[in-house]
Design a protein around this ligand. Structure first.
Ligand SMILES: [Zn+2]
Ligand SMILES: [Zn+2]
Length: 252
């Protein structure tokens, strides 16, 4: 029986370079919204070109999480996660870094390929090439066995930013390749609501890809707002949980 526990497993605090929100205010907001589980997923970046490189402070983060657990732990379940920027070229570095750390969950997200942001890549390469590279990088991230959740699978968003007519049917095989790899490795597919708050107005991945994942036999999901502001916490989550109900889901 599918239990629709309200949860948000992708929230950024000031332990990420691109958020100013304290962990404490986010917990207060979650309680106000009756969210039962809040998953912090601050950025960890291994690319020296990334503005977030070396920003994440594991000890400070751990202290802050322990602190809010002692204050709000009886009102909301607080999970200590991270969102790792996965690039194949930094996989060994990541493995070494992660060894002596303790997290409740790890999201693996592809933002860059070979040091170049996907957005930039779409400006100078064909959309077919970018999608092929993206799917390959996601498959490498799955095979690394370092992650619990695959963050914001963005195949259709790449079509969108590439400003090409969205001929989704051309990319079914690539998407299925990635999904089959996730399913074989028991990884959770994140449904990220960040771009519901933009002109794109779709989840990452959007509904046709979620259906395709389910058709391939996938039923492990995670839901996250990717909030960088307190007021974004939990946005779109109820609708996503309703939408997932028909796929016999197990939610992280
Ligand atoms: Zn991300
Ligand atoms: Zn994020």
């Amino acid at each position: 029986m599918y239990k629709k526990t309200l949860r948000d497993y992708h929230v950024h605090s000031l332990h990420s370079i691109d958020s100013q929100s304290t962990i404490s205010t986010i917990c207060q907001k979650a309680i106000e919204l009756e969210i039962k589980e809040i998953g912090f997923a601050d950025h960890v970046d291994f690319d020296p070109n990334d503005s977030g490189y070396n920003f994440f402070d594991y000890n400070a983060y751990t202290l802050a999480i322990n602190n809010v657990r002692s204050i709000y732990g009886n009102k909301v379940v607080i999970r200590k996660g991270i969102e790792v920027d996965y690039q194949y070229c930094f996989e060994n570095k990541l493995k070494r870094w992660i060894q002596d750390k303790d997290f409740d969950f790890i999201i693996g997200s592809v933002h860059y390929i070979n040091h170049e942001h996907i957005y930039q890549l779409t400006k100078r390469r064909s959309i077919e090439t970018v999608i092929e590279s993206y799917v390959n990088e996601v498959i490498y991230s799955i095979r690394s066995r370092l992650f619990d959740i695959i963050g914001h699978f963005a195949l259709d968003y790449i079509l969108y930013i590439g400003e090409k007519k969205r001929e989704e049917s051309n990319f079914i095989y690539q998407a299925s390749d990635a999904f089959q790899e996730m399913i074989a490795n028991n990884l959770y597919l994140e449904i990220n609501t960040k771009y519901l708050r933009s002109v794109y107005k779709e989840t990452l991945p959007s509904s046709w890809l979620i259906k395709l994942y389910a058709e391939n036999g996938g039923h492990l999901f995670s839901v996250g707002s990717d909030a960088h502001l307190v007021e974004e916490v939990g946005t779109g989550i109820r609708d996503v949980l309703d939408f997932l109900a028909s796929f016999n889901p197990i939610i992280y």
